[in-house]
Design a protein around this ligand. Structure first.
Ligand SMILES: Nc1ncnc2c1ncn2[C@@H]1O[C@H](COP(=O)(O)OP(=O)(O)OP(=O)(O)O)[C@@H](O)[C@H]1O
Length: 223
């Protein structure tokens, strides 16, 4: 009898522990967050009166992220880069972010992951799904950078839709690259080309886009 009870208690403990692991916060705890900011030399400025949780992520599993995208990143990278760990939870709280990090620090995924996740889950408010105009517009100062951003976006969309990309890689002088899926439309453009693209595609009004990325050399503004 005693052995049976001990086994039952052990089983119950194991279930509890499993649940605890499952519900562990995706964010760093307070001390780890402080150490992370210090080690990485990260400064986060929050405007006065803004109520936002700035705690960085511990892994790729951010609240509200599409599971397929988390799996894609988990399979490709060991952990988020500092700009990703800090920007993802902020953007998922629907706050505007200006992220500054050096070249090659993973800024493209820092803004593309939240947009695609929110788009997929229907969290973005402007359009019902599917949408036929871009609501994600990324501007880049050089053609090379525009192509680089577009490639990352196309790979992510493929991971998200299991290859179900309606059309992609449309490349012209006007729009460097468009990527159309059932539920999102991403436009990556040279800053100057965007104005011409808007002019020619009269059905496209920039105010319908919910995510704007202004990608300068080391500074990315997301709003
Ligand atoms: N979490 C990660 N871990 C390791 N490598 C990553 C991670 N995220 C992205 N990368 C890789 O880092 C490289 C640079 O990424 P990315 O081009 O997004 O940087 P960037 O900061 O936007 O650079 P730039 O300022 O030139 O636009 C890419 O090869 C990308 O695959």
């Amino acid at each position: 009898m005693g052995v049976k009870r001990a086994k039952e208690e052990a089983d119950a403990g194991a279930v509890k522990a499993k649940k605890k692991v499952k519900t562990a916060s995706p964010l760093l705890d307070c001390d780890a967050a402080k150490a992370f900011f210090e080690e990485q030399g990260i400064k986060v400025h929050v405007p006065a009166g803004k109520d936002v949780n700035i705690t960085p992520l511990r892994g790729f599993n951010c609240d509200g992220f599409a599971k397929r995208l988390v799996k894609y990143c988990d399979g490709k990278f060991p952990k988020p880069t500092p700009i990703q760990a800090c920007c993802w939870p902020l953007i998922m709280q629907k706050t505007d972010v200006c992220g500054i990090a050096k070249t090659g620090s993973g800024k493209t995924l820092a803004f593309a992951m939240p947009y695609l996740s929110m788009s997929r889950l229907g969290v973005l408010e402007v359009f019902e799904q599917p949408c036929n105009s871009p609501r994600f517009v990324a501007m880049a100062p050089t053609r090379e950078l525009a192509m680089q951003i577009a490639e990352v976006c196309v790979d992510l969309v493929k991971a998200l839709t299991a290859g179900d990309v309606v059309s992609n890689c449309e490349c012209s002088v006007m729009a460097e690259k468009c990527c159309v899926t059932h539920d999102s439309f991403l436009l990556v453009s040279l800053t100057g080309s965007l104005i011409r693209w808007v002019f020619i595609n009269s059905h496209f009004a920039t105010e319908v886009a919910t995510v704007f990325i202004n990608n300068k050399k080391q500074e990315t503004t997301i709003c």
